[in-house]
Design a protein around this ligand. Structure first.
Ligand code: FAD
Length: 376
């Protein structure tokens, strides 16, 4: 375990100020739909505006439309976005993990084809990993990619694919041989591929982000295979560091917490103040942990155990935030309320149990942490 204390430099603080100034104007309160962290609303125009500012694909190479910036600089931008419940869903997955994966494992042709569109906010990616019988034990997945002339034929089902309805592409993991881990390969799937049916699964709050993907003889050219045949598991594991250690894992409830903290009524309530103090201290600690992980990524390290540790603690913290605010709320929050903050709290009450499931459950993360610590 190598998490080290670190602070933002003067240049990094200047970037933070620049982002804040931009968002003050671009996201005036009341002009956009408030979101719960990374599941903010889908707004391709906003994503393109961020792309035009150079705030998407920040760590991608400028050769491919990126900006040669660091993981820490990206963290600064996303922290400001999530703090405002910004509409980030359209670009979120592409910016966080599909872009870096394609840069790392992709062919020259794939980099040129996809990275500029990811950095400009034109392209949107979803993650096609889970299947009806393969979630925690992901390597048991069965959706097959079988070789055919010029490419592969895919048959099977993916499930819980967030954002697939609006995504332009899905970065998916398929079985290319019977070996459990070495039999998995990643592919970039065009959402308009003939034979691919994308069906929304209504979520408990009424949203339709979740999808089931049915592949019936879907042809994928070999040029859309990401990496070598059989290296999909290792690539996927690398991607999970980007998926697990970031600020998105502790910021789902931050707009709720900050709105509540600004309520003058809690100043006269010692129990509420005690809860607020405890949560605020933890928030600061999680900020430091995510920053430390981003510095490790910038040093070329792959902090798998550290990212799992942060996610396990941070998602419990997010849920604690919702519980604390609800404890001091004088009524059951109404999902249809005209007050956007009350409606958001009602949504959080419904969906927060999923925060410690998505991206790997806490039980699985604890196994990764204990194995990582044992071998350290
Ligand atoms: C909001 C949300 C968004 C998601 N988005 C995506 C997405 O975009 N793409 C995608 O591919 N997937 C996505 N998922 C799926 C997610 O990754 C899986 O739900 C998760 O990995 C758990 O898999 P499962 O649902 O099959 O549960 P299971 O694996 O069946 O687990 C059920 C329970 O058993 C426990 N368990 C399982 N195995 C063990 C073990 N070995 N030791 C101890 N306990 C164990 C688990 O912790 C859990 O509590 C999303 C899920 C959610 C909730």
């Amino acid at each position: 375990m190598q998490l080290e204390a670190t602070e933002l430099t003067a240049d990094e603080l200047a970037l933070q100020r620049e982002v804040r100034e931009f968002l003050d104007k671009r996201l005036e309160p009341g002009t956009y739909e408030l979101g719960l962290g990374m599941t903010g609303a889908t707004d391709p125009d906003f994503s393109r505006d961020l792309g035009a500012r150079g705030w998407l694909g920040m760590a991608l190479s400028s050769t491919y439309g990126g900006h040669d910036r660091t993981a820490v600089e990206r963290l600064i931008v996303v922290e400001e976005l999530l703090a405002r419940g910004a509409p980030v869903s359209y670009h979120w997955i592409a910016d966080r993990q599909s872009g870096p994966s394609i840069q790392k494992w992709g062919t020259e042709e794939q980099r040129q084809k996809y990275l500029p569109g990811i950095a400009s906010g034109e392209l949107s990616f979803a993650i096609g990993m889970s299947e009806p019988d393969s979630g925690s034990d992901l390597a048991s997945l069965r959706t097959k990619a079988e070789p055919t002339e010029g490419g592969w034929v895919i048959n099977g089902t993916k499930i819980w694919t967030t954002g697939a309805l609006t995504a332009t592409h899905i970065l998916a993991l398929f079985r290319t041989s019977e070996h459990k881990h070495e039999g998995l390969t990643q592919f970039i799937v065009d959402r308009n591929s003939p034979g691919l049916t994308i069906s929304p699964i209504p979520f408990i709050d009424g949203s339709r982000e979740f999808c089931e993907l049915s592949f019936e003889n879907v042809f994928i050219p070999d040029s859309e295979r990401l990496g070598d045949i059989g290296t999909g598991w290792a690539q996927n594991t690398g991607e999970l560091v980007l998926e697990r250690g970031g600020v998105d894992r502790w910021m789902s409830a931050v707009t709720i917490l900050e709105h509540w903290a600004a309520d003058p009524a809690i100043r006269d309530n010692p129990l509420a103040l005690a809860d607020l103090g405890s949560l605020a201290a933890k928030e600061w600690a999680f900020h430091g942990l995510s920053l430390s992980i981003a510095r490790m990524v910038d040093e070329g390290k792959s902090p798998v155990t550290e990212a799992a540790l942060v996610k396990e603690m941070a998602t419990r913290y997010e849920q604690d935030c919702v519980e604390a605010v609800l404890r001091h709320w004088d009524r059951a929050p109404d999902l249809t309320s005209d007050d956007p903050h009350e409606a958001l709290l009602a949504r959080a009450l419904l969906v927060s149990p999923s925060w410690s499931i998505r991206g790997g459950t806490n039980e699985i993360l604890r196994t990764i942490i204990s194995k990582g610590l044992a071998s350290a």
